[in-house]
Design a protein around this ligand. Sequence first.
Ligand SMILES: NC(=O)c1ccc[n+]([C@@H]2O[C@H](COP(=O)([O-])OP(=O)(O)OC[C@H]3O[C@@H](n4cnc5c(N)ncnc54)[C@H](OP(=O)(O)O)[C@@H]3O)[C@@H](O)[C@H]2O)c1
Length: 259
Amino acid sequence: MATDFAGKTALITGAGRGIGRAVALGLGDAGARLILLARTTAQLEETRALVRERGVPAGRVSVLPADLADEEDRGRAVAAALAAGRVDILVNNAATVEPLGPTDGIKAGDLRLAFEVNVIAPAALTAAVLPGMLEAGWGRVVNVSSGIVANPAGMVRGNAYATTKAALEAHTVNLAAELRGTGVTVNAYRPGGVDTAMQAWIRRQDPEHIGSGLHERFNRNYAEGALITPEYSAAALLALLAGDDTGAIWDVSTAPVGA
Ligand SMILES: NC(=O)c1ccc[n+]([C@@H]2O[C@H](COP(=O)([O-])OP(=O)(O)OC[C@H]3O[C@@H](n4cnc5c(N)ncnc54)[C@H](OP(=O)(O)O)[C@@H]3O)[C@@H](O)[C@H]2O)c1
């Protein structure tokens, strides 16, 4: 990869698998120091091992197990990240697609949890790392969104997901306007249909619950080979991250490069 992020520190949420892992590998290749966050320590360690296999020294990658849904745990994690110095690049990638199903069966607590992981955690992490970025006059925040925001009716029985990702994009564009001229950019990224555990989990759900339309679409996309790889999507994101765009809703389909 041509992009050089040497000397920068990147905090990547959801770095234990899927798109987050691929972004971490790409940023490691580009010279960044990596802080890998997710709940599952074993998966974070797998990512760390993959990063190390590519020649990144041990001192350039650390793992930070934390549950982003838990305000206290999240606060502890971000404090630990910042204790080692400034975070220059924040990739808010972790998300939940739950709860799925008919909206009249969705409990308020489950909706609240989706907002906590998909909206509040990215906003809170951003707020925590922002002072350091502003002081440095340089920072990159990317919020991984979804194409669902362009077509909310396209994922019937995924109301919480559509709603939280729309909120995340509004947060992104508004914050970018607030920060214009500071050197800190804030963008959203729609990664495309990517072959990850999240997609596999949706395919396994009971069609009675998530609706046969949604179930068939996700299974058909997989069977027809329509999903892209996490590496392809991550490469497109990192190519965009190198520029000075801010307030943009990036989409893998219009990204300048892929892997
Ligand atoms: N795959 C697609 O087709 C697709 C399409 C559109 C948008 N996206 C977006 O792309 C991003 C990545 O998705 P993916 O497909 O790579 O998903 P994935 O394979 O399920 O990975 C999600 C990552 O987020 C972490 N995570 C989830 N909940 C967390 C929590 N409460 N606290 C900390 N970490 C948490 C997971 O680790 P733990 O479970 O160990 O915590 C995992 O590392 C998400 O924002 C998703 O909405 C994906």
